[in-house]
Structures are given as C-alpha cells and as structure tokens.
Design a protein around this ligand. Structure first.
Ligand SMILES: *Cc1c(COP(=O)(O)O)cnc(C)c1O
Length: 398
C-alpha cells in the first residue's frame, strides 16, 4: 500500500492542482486590448454583439447581458414580478445567489429537496412546496446537467409560477436536443472565471418573452428609458429620458463583453475537453465501490462545470473532511459545492432550520468537487484518479 502524503509519504504530484482555472489565450488578450483602444468602454458595440451571439448559441429570442450572474438572477426575479410576500422555490445545493435573489425582492426563499442520484432539484419536491404565494422557481442546472425542465415547466404552469433556470453551470448544455437558454421562462448565465466561459465577471439573462425582455433592460439600467412609447410624458427634446421604475446599474463593460465573445469561440473546444475528463473520471470511479458517481441525466447533453466525487461513508473508515484533507496533502486541491444555503448563519437567523432537505444535507456530508477545467493535462487527470485510489485503498473498511 502506498503511504499517504498526509502520513508523511510522497504526494502523487509535486505541484498543487486547483479545482478550477480559466483559460485565456492571445486572441482573448487581443480582443480586450482592441476595446481599450476603441471609443466605447461600456454601452458600446460589443454589448450588442454579445447579446446577439448568446441568442445564436442558445436559440433564445432575447439576451440581456449584465455585470454578473447574481445581477442576472436579481433582474430575472424582478421581471418575473417577485415582490414582498411572495415565495420563490429553489435548491439548497447551490451558490447562495440562487436564493438571495428572492431576498433582494423582499420574497421568501423556500427550499425543495434534490434528487439523490442527479443532485438536481426534484420536481416532486417543488410540487410539494407550491403554495398560492409561489411566484417563481429558480432551478439550478447543478454541475452543468440540465434540471428536469419539462416537469418543472409543467408544475410552474399549473401553479402560475415563473420558471427561472440558473444556468451558471450549464452554458453549452442541451436538454432534449435544445440548448439551455431557450427553454425556461428565463435562463441566467454567469461568466465568473471559474465557470466554463469567463469575462472576469459577467452575467446574462436569456428569454423568449418580449415582455420580460423589456423589463430586464429597464432593471439593468436605473429604470431609465429613452423609448418614447414607454414614457409617461411628452419628450422635451433630444436629450430627454425618463426614469419609470427603480432599476440598478448592472451594466456589463465592453471589455468584459469582448473577452466573453472571444471565449465563446472556444466553447465547443472547452465543452469537448470537459466531457473527456468527466468520461475518464467516471470510468475510473465507477469501478470503486467506496464512492458514488453522479448519475448522468440522459435528456441532458452536458457541458460539465463541476465534477462531484461522493464518498460512501459506510465503506470507508474516514469521512469527507479527512478525505478532502488527504487529497490536499497529495496536492490535489478540491472544493465542496455547496454548503446547503440554509445552513449559513444569515439564513439560520432568518429562521431556517436543519433537516429541511434531508437528501441535500446527506449529499453535503459526503461530497467534494474534483479538479475540472479545460487546461488540465491528461497527467493532471491521472494524478487526481491516483490520489483518490490511494486514499480509498488506505481507508477502506471491510
Ligand atoms: C456562480 C454562480 C452564481 C453567481 O454568479 P456570479 O457571476 O458569481 O454572480 C449563481 N448561481 C450559481 C449556481 C453559481 O454557480
């Protein structure tokens, strides 16, 4: 048996491998520099070009790009009409922003449990949590696999709720042959550096609804319009505009938009490499009885953002924390996605109690995210597999 690095043995590799990393090439750099040399740093042609491109990629009629994925979720909730007294159903296994967007609007996040095999929000749990107050459902395409959109849409339609798909993980994914972005009432993306495509920061909302589109544009920029058909008064001249609602400044810069456009040229390449790595991990880990591989959703042709390794505590003498620490000692830096949102102190103070979503809480205790990003070499991938096997070998119970 190989001696573990955490017990003084040699690590599987000398340098640290991180769980995610952006990939920036010379074309990306050139695209950004060109904007810096141009007339527009914001509200310029790259914004329109990016919105058009996102529509082409997803098949959505409208795209509204914003400063980040959190801003995208916020204006999507506003456009859906989420307001004080409403409820918004989401999953606890997500980044806090998927629930915070309800709080921004004065509404209450309600947590539905996950499917224990796919880790996505379970439609039957969403249905159970529907009330007269439910205004929207924020369904996360966790790790990149599309949520069960058909079932969720049906439940939303029956209950007069809006389906917002948090696609922060899923750009490039198709659900039943259709790209995410054109299926839910609104879909949001994030272009944070850890996501598949980056702009440093950035976000977008996609929709087929002209009504939502018009609202999204208003909420993105102060609630101000120059469109005379929306104005309440007569125009007073060429300079005239009106603020007709309360919006934010959630604009994206042309610098970000240019970088995202350049990155989108590489989306197929990013997607293919991520699929390759996931296939190699699945092949290796499905042979280990001590761990569980996330179930592949057949309707989802997935561009993976995250790879989850789930341990079976009953087959090991250690828990997730010790496993995670042992991986770090081998120089494989994992992460955990996510701490159930309602476990955070802020949510606890709002009155959310443990035990709300047992499947999500159990998953949290047993999972970690392994390195997954475009620029990983085959050797990096083998190092991760080697480390997992080494730890399992040392700690398996029998
Ligand atoms: C990253 C992420 C967000 C937030 O996106 P930002 O661009 O960082 O604001 C929202 N939801 C999920 C599921 C995410 O992973």
């Amino acid at each position: 048996m190989e001696k573990l690095a955490i017990k003084g043995g040699a690590p599987v590799r000398e340098t640290k491998l991180y769980y995610g990393h952006q990939y920036i090439d010379d074309k990306d750099i050139e695209a950004v520099v060109n904007v810096l040399k141009s007339d527009y740093l914001t509200c310029g042609p790259k914004i329109t070009a990016l919105e058009q491109r996102l529509c082409e990629i997803t098949g959505a009629k409208y795209a509204v790009v914003v400063s980040n994925g959190t801003a995208a979720l916020h204006i999507a909730c506003l456009a859906a009409g989420v307001a004080e007294g409403d409820e918004v159903i989401t999953t606890p296994i997500t980044f806090a922003a998927s629930a915070n967007c309800a709080l921004y609007c004065g509404a209450k996040p309600v947590f539905a449990d996950i499917n224990e095999h796919t880790y996505n929000i379970a439609p039957e749990s969403v249905a159970e949590h529907m009330t007269e107050k439910t205004k929207a459902v924020v369904a996360v395409d966790f790790t990149g696999q599309a949520a069960e959109l058909d079932s969720l849409l049906k439940i939303c339609r029956e209950n007069n709720a809006v389906l917002i798909e948090d696609g922060a993980h899923s750009i490039g994914t198709k659900y039943k042959g259709k790209a995410v972005g054109s299926i839910a009432d609104m879909t949001t993306f994030s272009f944070h550096p850890v996501k598949t495509v980056t702009g440093g920061e950035g976000g977008a909302v996609l929709t087929n609804s002209e009504e939502y589109y018009k609202k999204l544009v208003l909420y993105r920029a102060h609630g101000i319009t120059r469109d005379t058909s929306l104005m309440e008064r007569e125009s007073q001249g060429g300079w005239y505009y009106e603020q007709i609602t309360l919006g934010m400044n959630y604009r994206m810069t042309d610098i970000q938009a240019a970088l995202i456009l350049s990155q989108l040229d590489k989306l197929d390449m990013f997607s293919a490499r991520r699929k390759e790595i996931v296939a190699r991990y699945n092949e290796a880990f499905s042979r280990l009885p001590e761990v569980t591989v996330q179930e592949e959703i057949q309707q989802s042709d997935t561009t993976r953002h995250l790879y989850i390794l789930r341990i079976k505590p009953e087959k090991l003498t250690i828990g997730r924390k010790q496993f995670f620490d042992a991986m770090a000692a081998e120089n494989i830096c994992c992460n955990v996605h996510y701490i159930p949102v309602y476990h955070h102190p802020y949510y606890e103070k709002l009155g959310y109690e443990r035990g709300l979503c047992p499947k999500a809480e159990k998953l949290y205790e047993e999972m970690m995210s392994l390195p997954l990003y475009y620029a990983m070499t085959d050797q990096d991938v083998e190092d991760v597999i080697h480390a997992v096997k080494k730890i399992v070998e040392n700690y398996k119970s029998n």
